[in-house]
Write a protein that binds this ligand. Sequence first.
Ligand code: DQA
Length: 145
Amino acid sequence: MQKILVIHGPNLKLLGTREVDVYGKVTIDDINKELKKLAKTKKVDLEIVQSDHEGEIVELIGSSKGKFDAILINPAAYTHTSVAIRDAISAVSIPTVEVHLSNIYSREEFRHTSLIAPVARGQVSGFGKMSYLLGLEAAISLIGK
Ligand code: DQA
C-alpha cells in the first residue's frame, strides 16, 4: 500500500482553542480522523506527526525517502521562515503538498511569503479542515492512485 506522511507544524496541536476567529473550533484530532477516513476509502496508508520543532521536521522529511510516496504538510509558522524545511523537501524530491487552514494571502503581510511553495507540487490555503482533505486528494492523485 502506498504511504503518505502527514506533518502538522508548530502550534497546530492547540487547534480548537487557538485563535478560533482565524482557525475555527476544529481540533487536530478532528482533522486526523477525517484524513484517516479519506485515506481508508482511497486505500493509502497515513503516518501523522505533529511537531513544534524545526529540526525534528527536517529529520522526518530527510529520512522519508523510500518510506513514503508523498508528503502532506502544514508547516505553520515555519512556512514563512524555514529554509531548512524547504531544503529538506527539495533534497528528498518526494511529491509534497502544502496546506493551510487559513488563507495566508489575506492575512498579515509576513504570511504572504511561503518559502515552501516553490518546492511543493502545490498549495491549498484558506478552506479550514477542507484544505487538508483537498490536499490529501491532491497528494493521492500525484502518486497515481
Ligand atoms: C497556518 C498559517 C500560518 O501563517 C500560521 O503561522 C499557522 C497556521 C494555517 O494553517 O493557516 O500556524 O499554517
